[in-house]
Write a protein that binds this ligand. Structure first.
Ligand SMILES: CC(C)(COP(=O)(O)OP(=O)(O)OC[C@H]1O[C@@H](n2cnc3c(N)ncnc32)[C@H](O)[C@@H]1OP(=O)(O)O)[C@@H](O)C(=O)NCCC(=O)NCCS
Length: 246
């Protein structure tokens, strides 16, 4: 069955993230893009509606349904997407994916498993960031890195909330990518950003002491951030992929 409606293929935006040798496509469905109920229904299973009904807040319920629609658009196929008790989506064996939603906006990335074994994406509204949270989110070394980034006398310089959103979002993306792979929950100080390239928006990071063993050979983690302008935002979107090193 072809459930993809050719009328709506431009409704979402595809944001390219250059990671390793691949362009990771992150699909963004803005809150204000209307997708008809008929189009959504073609991509849904009764199970999706059953799970959505259990979500009390209407905006969250809509995000849930729209994220399932976007996941299947991004993958180009229709498959069930149950979740573990922990909330991690259970992808079909041949796919790795991740999703995030906030304020009615949804982002999704889906990869064919092979060279990559995992992916994480996250979207955050910059205005939600409170700089007094910095020490909870960032290690002392990361705070020094932000001080350095803030000191560059550059046009279009970003404020601390911007950088906090980048670090917060990147760590959430890392959690979604690596938690299912290592089978262990971890927290903000368990991953540390080593450097940020302002030109390419690349993030180089790695696990800190407590988690190094769990990451095995994956000592270098590569991610990327993008700034999304929208009247509801602005937003930061981050992504990270886990290489298949077997
Ligand atoms: C799981 C978590 C990262 C989700 O982030 P969030 O900002 O609350 O919500 P988002 O919309 O961005 O992401 C939600 C999606 O994450 C995914 N997710 C949830 N738990 C997950 C897990 N254990 N592994 C992978 N993905 C997970 C789900 O797809 C979920 O959407 P769904 O319920 O519609 O399927 C966060 O709630 C959390 O528990 N974090 C753990 C502690 C932490 O933040 N550690 C810092 C990382 S270093």
């Amino acid at each position: 069955m072809n459930y993809l409606d050719p009328q709506v293929t431009t409704a979402y935006k595809v944001i390219p993230f250059e990671l390793y040798d691949t362009t990771l496509k992150v699909y963004w469905l803005p809150r204000d893009v209307v997708i008809s109920d008929e189009t959504i229904e073609l991509a849904m299973f009764p199970e999706d509606y059953r799970r959505a009904q259990a979500i009390v807040a209407e905006v969250k319920r809509k995000e849930f349904i729209r994220s399932r629609w976007l996941v299947r658009e991004a993958a180009g196929e229709k498959f069930l997407l149950p979740s573990t008790e922990d909330g991690a989506p259970l992808w079909p064996d041949h796919l790795a994916g991740s999703l995030s939603h906030t304020s009615g906006h949804v982002v999704v990335a889906v990869l064919k498993r092979g060279e990559y074994r995992g992916v994480g994406v996250d979207i955050e509204r910059i205005s939600r960031m409170k700089t007094d949270l910095e020490p909870r989110i960032m290690t002392p070394g990361e705070i020094l890195l932000v001080n350095e980034l803030m000191s560059f006398p550059k046009k279009g310089k970003r404020n601390r909330e911007f950088w906090l959103a980048v670090f917060f979002s990147f760590k959430e993306a890392c959690y979604k990518c690596f938690c299912p792979l290592i089978g262990k929950r971890f927290f903000f100080h368990d991953v540390a950003v080593h450097s940020i390239d302002l030109a390419t928006q690349m993030i180089k990071a790695g696990p800190t002491e407590g988690l190094r063993e769990n990451f095995g050979n994956t000592s270098d983690v590569l991610g990327c951030y993008k700034f999304l302008d929208h009247p509801d935002g602005p937003f930061i979107v981050t992504s990270v992929v886990a290489l298949n090193q077997t």
